[in-house]
Design a protein around this ligand. Structure first.
Ligand code: TYD
Ligand code: MG
Length: 459
């Protein structure tokens, strides 16, 4: 295939990017058009390949965006070393660091290997001429904001420079069938620095996220012309570079505090992979005129919806409370399947009743307070069972789960609260406590003694 090192490009004729204008352009039957060029070649970095849907495609252009220090240069270097081990040559353009700096990092990573060429330059003409001579399988420009085209006139990193340089690199990648990776900086609000058109110009936009003070790193695709965008790659930054997480749930749940109210485990789906994460809630009397609603890793609108349901359908008075919800580990959860877990974490925080550490919750909450079934619930429950969870709060209609998991079926959020915490917040009458299921599910403690004075529950 055209991706192989040194091979002459063969895709131009039937490339979807080749020009088909002019009076003689002939439409072809779709089935007669070759799709061979779009075969992904695995980089050998499993989590990167997962997000790319298999690997890099010859002639494709990918932007890898992320904040400074997150590990973009480390990731590309490891990918190039891995490709070199498969006999695929690469050219790395170091536009921000000296050759010496890159060499030192490569040695630390064990990535100083044959087949990986380095050029420290910021001049795009030099980049393209070196790439033309070397004909690498993969070209990496680190970063697109640091290179410039002298004909363009403006400063490196300006929108017109980024657009011009990216445009020329895209034309180069398409015409020679070279898989091209552009490292990109992001702005404070998380978007790619430079013109919005950069995202339209390229085939794939990857985001590399994570707190530089913690070791977890998340890789995701917001645009991908060669595959799905839902997959999440998880890495740990170690002394020896980035290491793919074999069992991410174990790391994500590793620091759980036991017996603390406001915490629950939730099986979420990241792409096709189920992960069990911890969701935490904290509720307290507001210290300012306007109660704060802080959602970290959870969509703000979803939290507002759940607070409204908790207020109207479960009689929880939260209007004068500050509410904080956070997913542990920096994962962003946007799927409604986490609704039930978030709502239960908040009720647990308000009541002071800890949810048993062997419990997971999974279900969408409707505006009527009803619990709805979520997609791939079987896979989520199987992952929970594998990790040793023993009980799962699920919507009434959920299918049977793994044998190790006791299912607590609830038709409504209120019913789930009663089943799990043994407490029923009731309008005007304050708290009613029940023993049904509650004590044993909340760590073996008697909830009736725990729920004595929760004034914020009384509406
Ligand atoms: P880098 O790849 O240079 O980030 P970016 O290109 O996104 O700016 O990584 C920088 C950080 O990663 C730096 O703070 C040091 C850390 N790091 C490790 O912890 N282990 C390693 O093996 C490497 C190479 C970097
Ligand atoms: Mg860098």
């Amino acid at each position: 295939m055209s991706f192989a090192s040194g091979e002459t490009p063969s895709r131009a004729a039937d490339s979807p990017f080749s020009s088909a204008s002019g009076p003689n352009a002939t439409p072809l039957p779709l089935r007669s058009i070759s799709a061979d060029g779009a075969v992904a070649v695995a980089t050998g970095i499993g989590e990167l390949d997962r997000v790319l849907g298999g690997g890099l495609v010859a002639g494709s252009v990918t932007v890898l965006g992320g904040e400074p220090g997150v590990g973009k240069s480390t990731l590309v270097l490891q990918a190039l070393a891995s490709l070199a081990a498969q006999g695929r040559s690469s050219l790395l353009i170091a536009a921000e660091e000296s050759g010496e700096q890159v060499r030192r990092r490569a040695e630390r990573l064990g990535a100083a290997v044959d087949g990986c060429y380095l050029l420290a330059t910021t001049d795009l003409d030099v980049v393209l001429s070196a790439a033309g001579q070397l004909e690498p399988s993969v070209l990496v420009v680190d970063s697109i904001q640091a290179v410039s085209d002298s004909a363009c006139g403006s400063q490196a990193g300006s929108p017109s420079q980024v657009r011009e340089c990216a445009g020329r690199l895209v034309r180069y990648a398409k015409s020679l069938g070279v898989a091209t990776l552009l490292v990109g900086h992001v702005t404070k609000d998380g978007g790619l620095a430079g013109p919005r058109t950069l995202e339209h110009l390229v085939d794939t936009v990857l985001s590399f996220d994570g707190d530089r003070h913690q070791s977890l790193r998340l890789l995701s695709a917001s645009k991908h012309r060669y595959g799905p965008t839902g997959e999440l790659g998880l890495f740990e930054m170690t002394e020896m570079g980035l290491s793919g997480l074999v069992d991410p749930s174990a790391l994500l749940l590793g620091d759980r505090c036991r017996g603390v109210p406001g915490s629950i485990a939730v099986p979420v789906l990241e792409g096709r992979r189920p992960l069990v994460i911890e969701v935490q809630g904290l509720v307290g009397p507001t210290t300012s005129g306007v109660p704060r609603r802080v959602a970290q890793g959870v969509v703000g609108g979803r939290l507002a919806l759940l607070l409204a349901v908790l207020e109207r359908r479960c009689h929880l008075a939260l209007a004068a409370s500050d509410v904080f919800v956070s997913t542990v580990g920096g994962l962003r959860v946007s799927e409604p399947a986490a609704d039930l877990g978030i709502a239960l974490a908040l009720v647990s925080a308000v009541t002071g009743i800890a949810i048993g550490e062997e419990v997971v919750a999974c279900g969408e909450v409707g505006l009527a307070g009803e619990l709805r079934r979520v997609q791939a619930i079987e896979r989520r429950l199987a992952e929970a069972a594998r990790l040793g969870f023993r009980r799962a709060v699920v919507p009434q209609s959920a299918p049977e789960g793994p044998i190790e998991l006791e299912l607590l079926r609830a038709g409504t959020l209120l019913e789930a609260v009663r089943l799990l915490l043994g407490v029923v917040p009731a309008a005007r009458s304050g708290l009613r406590t029940e023993t049904c299921g509650g004590p044993e599910l909340s760590g073996g403690r008697d909830v009736r003694t725990l729920v004595r004075t929760p004034p914020s529950l009384v509406s």
